[in-house]
Design a protein around this ligand. Structure first.
Ligand code: PGA
Length: 253
């Protein structure tokens, strides 16, 4: 298990540059000193520079919501890892279920993006998770394994250190439904098993995501296999986000 909690806010396609700057500025003023939690935020691409400016002197890291595998070229609409590094970005989400569902992202392209991000020194937060249908069919473990295999094939033990996994059941994202504590624990154990079988020596950081809020977070973070959370909706409501940070700070590792 990781030595610190990790809390990542995924702003999705919310908060354009002006709003994002204001939000980041208030967050920087109100965030407490952190002793056992790392707080990261992922604004939309167009707001990254503004948020980086605001948070440069804070303890909060800024990341992208996706990154391309090539450093430059004919890839309209994509973002190179070099461009991200140019403005001080240290990590990126990869394979979020909304990318997979609406934009045709496959586990193979997620793996290519992940490999490139890690090679360029950008920490990769790879999102995996089953749909409700897959869950009902008892296929959760098979789906997670299929999503992770192409990533594991491309990632060496030396770079695995900078790989974070986020388990987000698709049916729990933005729906108010949360997996049971037993299911979260069992699935995280399963993912840890896949990691160990791959032969990586380091321990993975594994986050839970899907309708995390200040009411349910304490219990979820209390599960020993869970290192933190990837949060959507509650990460752009300042009071809720600060409550989540306070819970992470108050919860033992
Ligand atoms: P949610 O989103 O917290 O709004 O369910 C989580 C995510 O999409 O990462």
């Amino acid at each position: 298990m990781a030595e610190r909690h990790l809390l990542i806010g995924n702003w999705k396609m919310n908060l354009g540059p002006t709003q994002a700057r204001e939000f980041a500025s208030t967050l920087a003023h109100r965030i407490p000193a952190l002793t056992r939690t790392d707080v990261w935020v992922c604004p939309p691409t167009i707001s990254l520079s503004a948020v980086c400016d605001e948070l440069r002197r804070s303890s909060i890291s800024v990341g992208a919501q996706n990154v391309h595998w090539a450093k430059s070229g004919a890839y309209t609409g994509e973002t190179s890892p070099d461009f991200l590094k140019d403005i001080g970005i240290t990590f990126s989400l990869l394979g979020h279920s909304e990318r997979r569902t609406y934009f045709g992202e496959t586990s193979e392209t997620v793996a290519m993006r992940t490999e490139s991000a890690l090679a360029e020194g950008i920490t990769a937060v790879v999102c995996i998770g089953e749909t409700e249908q897959e869950r009902m069919a008892g296929a959760t473990q098979k789906v997670l394994q299929e999503q992770l295999e192409p990533v594991f094939k491309r990632i060496e033990a030396t770079t695995a250190l900078r790989l974070v996994l986020a388990y987000e059941p698709v049916w729990a994202i933005g729906t108010g439904k949360v997996a049971s504590l037993e299911d979260i624990a069992a699935t995280h154990q399963f993912i840890r098993g896949l990691w160990t079988n791959r032969g990586y020596q380091c321990q993975p950081t594994i986050l839970y995501g899907g309708s995390v809020n200040p009411q349910n977070f304490r219990e979820i973070l209390g599960i020993k296999e869970v290192d933190g959370a990837l949060v959507g909706g509650a990460s752009i409501k300042l009071d809720q986000w600060l409550d989540l940070i306070a819970i992470a700070e108050a919860t033992g590792i």
